[in-house]
Design a protein around this ligand. Structure first.
Ligand code: NDP
Length: 520
């Protein structure tokens, strides 16, 4: 156990890392966290080097094998998770402030993410109370059981858009399952993971069981995924990185789960409640400045009402409030990084080149406070073909494309014409149609007359290039365990195979079908 650290004091984490149970500076390349609201520097600090990774992973393996952790009963391990949740809840404001400084998300949203992280730790604490090992049906004079064991050191690699929530989604079930964890946050938003380190440390988990290793994907991330003691990679991020991680995991024969990108269709039928649909579409694409894997970034509207709906939507978009993300009532802050804004702007220009018409936004807002920050107005492009880059590629910013559709078949064909399959939304008053369409769309999650709602008790993940595996839900803990089968012999006599030969001819005379001979 280490001493709770200075990083629990007010202000931003001081840049020391929790490595193998010690708070110290990393020995890797320097990282820079900037506040995208005004470009000011939050912190520069040294990230984790490959040597730091090796130390953290090696110590993690030792810590999980120590009786203080290994021998805990499930309900005892649950207490640690509840303590982490308590600390998160006590520090919601602080966590929200750190995350807003790092990402530019509004405080309302980052506070909600912090509360959801606490809920995730509590949920997996509760799962520990009910997750059962099983006694399987008998097939002989033995009892058979299937029990669950931890895998080893888990690599949790997360993106920058909702750090505390995506960190918790991996760390909570992995610890609940009895593993050690090394967490690598994204380089653009590393600070809140250091706060989580301080919280886990303060909750009294065995020293070294949890390390936080910020650093570049190229150096720190590679060292983690290639480390021989890492026994599972739980990854959330872009599809290109996910594909590389899947390659490494396949070569190393270790399991992985991949929560990847999306280009999610939102569908509005002509019978939908228009006010509700407009609010849902706006929230689905423009909350988090569109930097959300599940952003409803392709809007399909029934042809008969497409133009009218888009006109109203554009007017509502023009009314959204951009500004300082710490001010209540602001709906959109800046994008996460100035470089990211350039990428999003390139997509808008490409959409226009491909024949798209900007009906809202399309440019940076000007004047104070916008000039200093990575702001971009929420943008709607219409008149683009579903085959165009802006309709097919994940922009990960506040850009919505609109497309008309004629009927259900046309809609399903267009919606599924995508490499992604993460999420979808349907707005209609006809529940039978909602059922039909929801079942036909390629997506891991479909929202009907709502969008972007989340529950830790409901599995989440994608299909196609949006990834594989499911997080959350009671079964979420099983991703971090392997099954072991136990056979308990109940026959007190010696095994018949080894009994003295009793036949009077040349060959064996043991009758077939005896208990001893059955193997399946
Ligand atoms: P990236 O794939 O670029 O990075 C994700 C994480 O992987 C970062 O921590 C990154 O480090 C790390 N990484 C990069 N290269 C390697 C490597 N070779 N080995 C190990 N780790 C590596 O994604 P972004 O951070 O840009 O996040 C945006 C993406 O995440 C979007 O595509 C979005 O859709 C997806 N996402 C998916 C979600 C889902 O649940 N399906 C949820 C949220 C986001 P570094 O930052 O240093 O590059």
């Amino acid at each position: 156990m280490t001493t709770p650290t200075a990083t629990l004091d007010a202000g931003l984490p001081d840049g020391r890392l929790l490595i193998a149970g010690d708070w110290r500076s990393g020995t890797g390349a320097e990282l820079e966290s900037i506040n995208p609201f005004d470009g000011s520097l939050n912190r520069t600090f040294a990230g984790a080097s490959p040597d730091d990774v090796d130390e953290a992973v090696t110590r993690g393996r030792e810590a999980m094998d120590e009786p203080a952790w290994r021998d805990l009963l499930p309900h005892e391990r649950a207490r640690y998770l509840h303590r982490v949740a308590d600390h998160i809840e006590d520090r919601v404001d602080r966590i929200a402030a750190i995350q807003t400084a790092d990402t530019g998300k509004t405080l309302t949203e980052t506070a909600a993410l912090a509360r959801s992280a606490a809920g995730t730790f509590r949920y997996f604490a509760a799962v520990l109370e009910v997750a059962e090992d099983t006694l399987t049906p008998r097939r002989g004079d033995f009892l058979t059981m299937s029990v669950h064991e931890p895998l080893g050191v888990i690599a949790a690699i997360t993106p920058w858009n909702s750090p505390i929530a995506s960190d918790a989604q991996k760390v909570a079930p992995a610890l609940a399952a009895g593993n050690a964890v090394v967490l690598k946050p994204a380089s653009w938003a590393p600070l809140v993971a250091l706060e989580l380190a301080a919280i886990v440390d303060a909750a009294g988990l065995p020293a070294g069981l949890f390390s936080v290793l910020p650093g570049s994907g190229r150096e720190t991330g590679e060292a983690i995924i290639e480390h021989p003691l890492v026994r599972r990679i739980s990854f959330t991020g872009g599809t290109t990185t996910g594909r590389h991680i899947a390659d490494v995991a396949a070569r190393r024969l270790i399991p992985t789960s991949l929560e990847l990108g999306g280009k999610s269709p939102t569908v509005v039928f002509a019978d939908a409640d228009v006010d509700q649909a407009i609010a849902g579409v706006l929230f689905g694409i423009f909350s988090s400045q569109g930097q959300s894997c599940i952003a409803g970034s392709r809007l399909f509207v029934e042809t008969s009402m497409h133009d009218e709906f888009v006109e109203r939507l554009a007017a509502a978009t023009d009314d959204l409030v951009l500004g300082d993300p710490t001010v209540p009532g602001v709906q959109l802050g800046p994008l996460v990084h100035f470089d990211h804004r350039l990428d999003v702007e390139r997509y808008i220009a490409a959409g226009v080149d491909e024949g798209g018409r900007v009906v809202s936004g399309g440019a940076r807002p000007t004047g104070p406070p916008f000039d200093a920050g990575a702001f971009l107005s929420p943008t709607i492009l219409t008149g683009v073909d579903n085959a165009s880059a802006v309709c097919q590629e994940e922009i990960f910013g506040p850009v919505l494309v609109t497309l008309p559709f004629d009927d259900e078949d046309d809609l399903v064909a267009q919606a599924n014409d995508s490499v992604y399959g993460l999420a979808a939304g349907i707005w209609t008053a006809d529940y039978r149609r909602a059922w039909r369409v929801a079942r036909r769309i390629d997506a891991g999650t479909v929202w009907i007359n709502t969008y972007k709602q989340f529950s830790i008790s409901t599995p989440f993940g994608g299909t196609k290039d949006s990834g594989w595996g499911r997080e959350k839900g009671v079964a979420g803990i099983r991703q971090y365990q392997h099954q072991k089968s136990l056979y308990w012999g109940m026959d007190p006599s010696p095994h018949a195979w080894a009994a003295p030969h009793r036949g009077d001819g040349d060959g064996p005379s043991r009758p077939e079908g005896t208990r001893e001979g059955r193997t399946s």
